[in-house]
Design a protein around this ligand. Structure first.
Ligand SMILES: Nc1nc2c(ncn2[C@@H]2O[C@H](COP(=O)(O)OP(=O)(O)OP(=O)(O)O)[C@@H](O)[C@H]2O)c(=O)[nH]1
Ligand SMILES: [Mg+2]
Length: 393
């Protein structure tokens, strides 16, 4: 596996920071080169850090062991993109950092050439920041054109539903539609969900006394996102479907309990595919009773009946998710139709604003055209319809 990690904009770089902290921790299991796909052959991290303004990346670099990142893989501009997808996608017309896209693609190309085999790229970015959404979309498109065979996985952060930028619906609309066209997969982390999950986890730790809970910081949220990514993507020793025991069963129950079951209109959510990754010193016990745990996963995630093999599970004896304890972890990734409600919401909000011509001059001014919006509405509308069509009827 030879993946390049491309972190774009403030959110992408901040989440990336937590990710690298976790996977380069000296306690991380098997941090030897054979099972450690996160460095180029000379030991530098396989990462590119890109932002249209310098301050976030510069302050993050101060926290990282010097020399971990390759200097030529840091591409910074002079001015942020003001939460505007169009400005992020097209860049500033008359300034040096207009070439941010090209500089990044140059570094990317060199990073690809540094390795024997290139398998793909993970993009880390937000759905709504001008840089994360707009430049992120453009990079995704350009990488797809230049390296058509390598996979593109986007790890994207959706904003809190209320109280962020008024442009968030347009940016999400445009960015999601670009991802749908050019990426192979999208792992969507919703800031509201991440916060809610963190509150539950902290509540458990301090004995159900919410008043005593310290406020949850952005960095806590990023640590949580990074540990979900590590749970899913850190190499495993066993890719075969395994079996489960009672303790895994109760972990699964507590995850399933947090899943949304029905849409606001009462439709039952379903999953087309589900992957479970069990880690820890008892991971091999995942071997013991296949049927009950698989049944529970199938029911809990509402697996569609037309897919005869909707479930997969991997195991590894080391638990990268929580290095400080010897406990075990279960990470589940599902293509769950509840995401179509989020997409539908983005569509509706963006459409209402578009019909009222709200804020559109900011998009025309920076190179967007009506066609971009029309296509984006159409693409996301078809994604929602495909989720409906994929469900059992
Ligand atoms: N989870 C998480 N969300 C973040 C973080 N930083 C920003 N966000 C979210 O990302 C969105 C804003 O995007 P940013 O990444 O700050 O913007 P950017 O890509 O730097 O783009 P511009 O600053 O507009 O050029 C908002 O929805 C924030 O809630 C972070 O560290 N963690
Ligand atoms: Mg920024």
């Amino acid at each position: 596996m030879s993946t390049i990690w491309l972190q774009i904009g403030q959110c992408g770089n901040q989440v990336g920071q937590e990710w690298w902290k976790l996977v380069t921790n000296e306690k991380a299991p098997n941090s030897t080169l054979d099972r450690y796909p996160f460095r180029a052959p000379d030991g530098k991290l396989s990462a590119l850090c890109v932002d249209s303004e310098p301050k976030v990346v510069r302050s993050l670099l101060r926290e990282v062991k010097s020399g971990s990142f390759r200097d030529s893989n840091i591409s910074l501009g002079l001015r942020g993109r003001g939460n505007n997808w169009a400005l992020g996608y097209h860049g500033l017309k008359r300034e040096d950092d207009n070439s941010l896209l090209h500089r990044t693609l140059d570094s990317f190309r060199k990073e690809v050439e540094r390795r024997d085999a290139y398998s793909g790229v993970v993009l880390l970015h937000s759905l709504t920041g001008g840089t994360g959404s707009g430049l992120g979309a453009h990079l995704c498109e350009s990488i797809r054109e230049e390296f058509p065979v390598g996979y593109i996985l986007s790890v994207t952060v959706a904003p809190h539903q209320v109280g962020e930028s008024p442009l968030q619906h347009y940016n999400s609309l445009l960015c999601l539609s670009w991802l749908q066209r050019y990426a192979d997969g999208v792992l969507l982390f919703h800031n509201d969900d991440v916060l809610r999950r963190m509150q539950v986890l902290c509540g458990k730790k301090i004995d159900h006394a919410p008043a005593l809970q310290p406020p949850i910081s952005l960095s806590d949220m990023n640590t949580h996102i990074a540990s979900c990514l590590a749970g899913l993507m850190y190499p495993v020793s066993n890719l075969r479907t395994q079996r489960g025991t009672a303790s895994w069963d109760s972990m699964l129950s507590s995850i399933v309990r947090t899943l949304p079951r029905h849409s606001p209109t009462g439709d039952v959510y379903q999953s087309t595919a589900v992957l479970a990754v069990a880690r820890g010193n008892r991971a091999e016990t995942f071997n013991c009773s296949l049927q009950p745990i698989m049944m529970k996963m199938k029911q809990g995630y509402g697996c569609v009946s037309w897919n005869s093999h909707p479930l997969d599970s991997w195991t590894d004896p080391c638990n990268i998710v929580d290095l400080m304890s010897s406990s075990h972890s279960l990470t589940i990734c599902a293509n769950h139709s509840s995401v179509s409600d989020y997409i539908q919401r983005v569509l509706e909000k963006a459409q209402t604003m578009y019909d009222a011509h709200a804020y559109l001059h900011w998009y025309w001014k920076h190179g967007c055209e009506e066609e971009d919006f029309m296509q984006a509405f159409e693409i996301l509308d078809s994604v929602v319809k495909e989720y409906i069509a994929a469900g059992d009827h």
